[in-house]
Design a protein around this ligand. Structure first.
Ligand code: ADP
Ligand code: MG
Length: 825
C-alpha cells in the first residue's frame, strides 16, 4: 500500500534526496535499487524528526504510517512481527543528511516478545542465540531509549548458560526478568514488552538523539547546522551472530589510512555489527577471515559501488549463514594522506577531474605537509628500549605530549595550552571533547574501524588503536606497558602510521609532502584553473621546494633576504646614515651579493622582489623603523628617497648579470596609491633591465589600480592589507587566531576578514580585476597571506584573478583551491 506521508521504502525512495532520507537511508535505497542484497526496510524522513523536535510529539499520522509499513515488511519478508512461525525483527537506525559516525543511536533486534522468542528458537533451533538477542535488545533499548548506563552488564553469564536445545520460553523469562531487575535498580524504568510499543519508543529515541550533547558537540566541531534533523531507518534484521558461518564486518574499498588500492576491512565471525564498531573484540582482516566465495562477491560489489559513487566507500555488511547482506554504504572517512592518494589515483583511473578534486581539500594538503619526528632519533629510541608497544596505526601523524587518561583532563590540559596524548582502554562518543583536545589518541582494544579510529581520522588526529599490551589503570592514574609503568603527566610519543608508542618526546623535523601522485593531481588542478601561483622564498635553499610544490614563479623581499643572510645591521646602519651615496651604494652591493645565488637557483623563472619597506607593521622591529624614520621622515613614503629604489634596482641588475642573466626580475614598491608615484617609479626603472611596479596596500591604491597599472610592468595588491585597512584593524591581527576568533564568536563582525573577502573589499577588487584585463602588458596579481581559505580562493577566481603570490607552504593548497574553484567543486 502506498502512503503519502513522511516514509518511503528502500525500493521507492529517490536516492538523490539525501536531505530527506539521510545518508544511510539514501545509500540503502541506492543499493536496493541497484539490485544488491539489502534487507528490506523503509525510511522516516528528516521532516518528521524536525516536526517531532519542534512539537515534542510524534507527528500526526506517523504512527499509522509505521503500522502500514510494518505490514508491507511482513509481506516482503514472509515473517511476522511479534509472532511466528518466523518472527520479524527490526533494526531502528538513525541517519543524518551529513555523516556523523557513531554520534546517534541504533536499536537492534527489536520485536522480541516471549512469543516471538519462542518462535525464533523454533525456526533456528538455537535457544541460546535467541537468549543472546533478548539480552542485546534489552540492553540497547535501555541505553538508547531509557538512558541507562552500561545496562545488561550482569546478564552475560545467564546467556552463556542457556542450553541451545533447551526451553526458549523459560530462557526468555530468565533473561528478561534479570535485565528488568537490573534496569529497575538503575533507572526505575522498564522496557515495554509489546513489540509495537518498542518500535515507537525506538523511533522517538532516534529523533531525540539528534539533540544529545555529543551530537551537538560533533556538529559544532564540524560546522554542521543543528536544524537538519535525522532520518530513521527501519529495517529487517539479519543475524551475524546466528552461527559460525555468520558474522559482520566493515570494509573500505581502499585503505583509509594510506589510500592504497584494495579491500581493507575487518570481520568478526559470529557477531553483530555493533561488536565490530564498539571495539571491544578485535576483529580479523576481511581478506583472511571471509569465506572465499563471500569475499569474491564483496570485492566485486565494492568495485561496482566505487564506480557508481565515484568515491572510496565504507561498507557495512553482515553474513548470515554464508549469505552476504549489505547494511550501509557511505563515503569513507580517510586520513589526509589517503585523501591525497585516493584523489590522485581516482583521477588517473578516469574519474572526472571535478569529482576527484572534490575528494581532497586544501586543509588535507596542509596536513600531509605537517612536521614529523626525526627518523634517526626514532631509530635510537627503538634501540634504547623507549618503544613501549606497537598497536594498529589508525591515523598517521607523529606527536609527543603528556599522557592523560581521561577526556576531561585532556580538555583541561589542552585549554591550559599543553599538548597531550590521550590513552584509553577504548573510546566512546562520550570521549569526543578529549579526542578533539588531544594531539594523539591511543587505545588498548579495537580495530581500525573502531570508534577511536574513525573519529580520529575525521578529526585528523594522530591515533593508534588495539595497543593490546597497554593496561590503563584509571584509579591509580597509571599506564602499564612493555614492563614499565608510566604516570599521568609523563611525556610519551605516538606514531599514528606505524602504531608505535614511545616513552619520552622527540624533536620534530619537517618532511616534504611531495609525491608523484599529488604532483600529477595538482598539475591537473593548475591546468584547470589557468592560474599562476608564485611562492614566497627567502634563501636559495627554499627555491627547489617551491618549484617542486608547483610554483610558477617566486616572490621575495629585499629586507627579508638581507635579514636572513645576516645583513640586518649593515642595512639599518645604511638607512640610518645621512643618505649620501656611501649608504645606498652599500645597499646596492649587499643586494647584488645576496640576490646572485638566489637568482641562480631560480634559473629562468620569474622572480618578483618587494623593495625595502619602512612603513609596514612588520618592519617596526626588524628595521628599527621608528629610529630610521624619525631621522629620515622621507623614508616613510613609498618614493620619498628615490636613491634607495635606484640602489636596489642597481643591485638586482648586477645580480641578474652575475647569476647568468636568465631570471625575469621585477621590483615592486609597497604602499603606492597614486598614478603619479607609479610614473615616477617607471622612470627610475628605465634602462635597468629590471621591471617595476606598484604593490598596493590601501583602498586608495586599489581604486587607482587601472591608472597605476598603465605605468608598471607588474602590479600586486596585498589582500590582507586592504582588508585590514577597510576594517580599520592592524594587518597583523589578520594572521592570528585571537583576538578575531573570540570577537567573531561574540557576533561582533559579520565577516571574518581572514577567510572571506568582505563585500566592501570585493568592490575595490573588482576595479583591480578590471585593470588586469584592460592593461594586458602589466601583470596584475594578488598577494595572499597566511592560510588561504577555499572560500576566498573561489571568490577571487570568480572575480577573474589568475595570478597569486603566497607563502611557500600554501602553494599546493592554493593550487588545489583554485582548481576546485574553477571546476565549481
Ligand atoms: P552507525 O550509524 O553508528 O553506523 P548503524 O545504524 O549503522 O549505526 O548500526 C550499527 C550497527 O548495527 C551496524 O554496524 C550494523 O552492522 C548493525 N545493523 C544495523 N542494521 C542491521 C540489520 N538490519 N541487521 C543486522 N545488523 C544491523
Ligand atoms: Mg553504520
Amino acid at each position: 500500500m502506498a502512503t503519502s506521508g513522511s516514509t518511503s521504502t528502500f525500493t521507492d525512495a529517490d536516492p538523490a534526496d539525501v536531505d530527506r532520507l539521510g545518508g544511510k537511508g539514501a545509500g540503502l535505497a541506492r543499493m536496493t535499487q541497484q539490485g544488491l542484497r539489502v534487507p528490506p526496510g523503509y525510511v522516516i524522513g528528516t521532516d518528521a524528526c524536525r516536526s517531532y523536535l519542534a512539537e515534542g510529539s510524534v507527528p500526526a499520522g506517523l504512527a499509522d504510517e509505521v503500522l502500514v509499513r510494518l505490514g508491507e515488511l511482513e509481506a516482503a519478508t514472509g515473517k511476522a512481527f511479534g509472532g511466528g512461525p518466523v518472527p520479524l525483527l527490526l533494526s531502528v537506525r538513525s541517519g543524518a543528511p551529513v555523516s556523523m559516525p557513531g554520534m546517534m543511536d541504533t536499536v537492534l533486534n527489536l520485536g522480541l516478545d516471549r512469543a516471538a522468542a519462542v518462535a525464533l528458537a523454533g525456526a533456528t533451533g538455537d535457544a541460546r542465540f535467541v537468549a543472546d538477542l533478548v539480552a542485546r535488545f534489552h540492553a540497547m533499548y535501555a541505553e538508547t531509549v531509557l538512558g541507562a548506563l552500561d545496562p545488561g552488564a550482569g546478564v552475560a553469564g545467564l546467556v552463556e548458560a542457556v542450553d541451545p536445545a533447551g526451553d526458549a520460553g523459560a530462557a526468555y523469562d530468565r533473561i528478561w526478568s534479570a535485565c528488568e531487575r537490573e534496569l529497575a535498580d538503575d533507572t526505575g524504568d522498564s522496557v515495554p514488552d509489546d513489540p509495537r510499543a518498542q518500535l515507537m519508543g525506538a523511533i522517538e529515541a532516534v529523533f531525540r538523539s539528534w539533540n544529545t550533547r555529543r551530537a551537538r558537540t560533533y556538529r559544532d566541531h564540524h560546522g554542521i547546522p543543528h536544524d537538519l534533523g535525522t532520518a530513521v531507518v527501519v529495517q529487517a534484521m539479519v543475524f551475524g551472530n546466528l552461527s559460525a558461518d555468520s558474522g559482520s564486518g566493515v570494509v573500505f574499498t581502499r585503505n583509509p589510512v594510506t589510500g592504497e588500492p584494495g579491500l581493507f576491512g575487518e570481520y568478526l565471525a559470529h557477531s553483530q555489527g555493533e561488536d565490530v564498531v564498539a571495539g571491544t573484540r578485535t576483529p580479523d582482516p576481511v581478506t583472511e577471515a571471509l569465506a572465499p566465495a563471500v569475499l569474491e562477491e564483496l570485492r566485486g560489489t565494492c568495485l561496482d559501488l566505487e564506480r557508481t559513487h565515484g568515491d572510496v566507500l565504507d561498507v557495512e555488511f553482515t553474513v548470515e549463514r554464508s549469505v552476504l547482506y549489505f547494511l550501509q554504504v557511505r563515503s569513507a572517512k580517510r586520513t589526509a594522506e589517503a585523501a591525497v592518494r585516493i584523489a590522485a589515483d581516482l583521477a588517473s583511473e578516469g574519474l572526472p577531474l571535478a569529482q576527484a578534486l572534490g575528494h581532497v581539500t586544501p586543509a588535507q594538503i596542509r596536513q600531509v605537509q605537517r612536521p614529523g619526528f626525526d627518523d634517526a632519533e626514532v631509530e635510537r629510541a627503538r634501540e634504547g628500549e623507549r618503544l613501549l608497544t606497537t598497536g594498529i596505526g589508525a591515523c598517521p601523524g607523529q606527536v609527543s605530549g603528556e599522557l592523560v587518561l581521561d577526556s576531561d583532563r585532556a580538555k583541561q590540559a589542552a585549554d591550559a595550552g599543553r599538548r597531550v596524548v590521550l590513552a584509553r582502554p577504548v573510546t566512546s562518543p562520550a570521549d569526543l571533547h578529549g579526542m578533539i583536545a588531544a594531539q594523539g589518541i591511543v587505545t588498548a582494544t579495537g580495530g581500525s574501524t573502531s570508534h577511536a579510529a574513525v573519529v580520529a581520522r575525521a578529526l585528523g588526529t594522530t591515533c593508534v588503536v588495539g595497543a593490546s599490551e597497554m593496561r590503563v589503570d584509571e584509579s591509580a592514574r597509571t599506564v602499564t606497558v612493555g614492563g614499565r609503568t608510566l604516570r599521568e603527566g609523563d611525556e610519551v610519543s605516538l606514531d599514528g602510521a606505524s602504531g608505535e608508542l614511545f616513552a619520552g618526546g622527540f624533536t620534530t623535523s619537517t618532511p616534504v609532502a611531495a609525491t608523484a601522485a599529488l604532483g600529477a593531481l595538482l598539475g591537473l588542478a593548475a591546468g584547470a584553473s589557468g592560474c599562476e601561483v608564485l611562492s614566497r622564498v627567502t634563501l636559495p635553499a627554499d627555491v627547489a621546494a617551491a618549484v617542486q610544490a608547483g610554483a610558477s614563479g617566486l616572490v621575495t623581499a629585499v629586507d627579508d633576504v638581507l635579514a636572513a643572510t645576516g645583513h640586518l645591521d649593515g642595512l639599518v646602519q645604511s638607512l640610518l646614515g645621512d643618505g649620501a651615496t656611501g649608504g645606498v651604494d652599500r645597499i646596492a652591493d649587499l643586494v647584488a651579493q645576496e640576490f646572485t645565488p638566489l637568482l641562480r637557483a631560480a634559473g629562468d623563472g620569474e622572480v618578483g622582489v618587494r623593495a625595502i619597506d619602512l612603513v609596514a607593521d612588520e618592519a617596526r622591529e626588524l628595521l628599527q623603523q621608528t629610529a630610521v624614520t624619525t631621522r629620515h621622515p622621507e623614508l616613510s613614503v613609498p618614493l620619498g628617497r628615490p636613491a634607495l629604489i635606484e640602489a636596489q634596482l642597481a643591485g638586482l641588475a648586477r645580480a641578474v648579470e652575475d647569476s647568468g642573466g636568465r631570471a625575469a626580475v621585477h621590483l615592486a614598491v609597497r604602499h603606492v596609491s597614486d598614478p603619479a608615484e607609479a610614473r615616477a617609479l617607471r622612470v627610475l626603472g628605465q634602462g635597468t633591465g629590471i621591471g617595476v611596479g606598484a604593490y598596493l596596500t590601501s583602498p586608495r591604491g586599489a581604486l587607482a589600480a587601472g591608472a597605476v597599472a598603465e605605468a608598471g610592468d607588474v602590479l600586486w595588491l596585498e589582500v590582507r592589507a586592504v582588508q585590514a585597512a577597510v576594517f580599520g584593524l592592524p594587518a597583523r591581527q589578520l594572521l592570528t587566531a585571537e583576538p578575531l576568533d573570540g570577537y567573531l564568536a561574540q557576533g561582533m563582525l559579520s565577516c571574518d576578514p581572514r577567510t572571506t573577502i568582505d563585500p566592501s573589499v570585493e568592490v575595490l577588487l573588482a576595479g583591480v580585476a578590471g585593470a588586469a584585463s584592460s592593461v594586458p602588458r602589466c601583470r596584475v596579481g594578488l598577494r595572499l597571506s597566511g592560510e588561504v581559505s577555499q572560500e576566498a580562493a573561489a571568490q577571487l577566481h570568480a572575480m577573474g584573478f589568475r595570478r597569486f603570490a603566497v607563502d611557500a607552504a600554501e602553494t599546493r593548497p592554493l593550487v588545489l583551491a583554485l582548481g576546485r574553484a574553477a571546476l565549481g567543486v
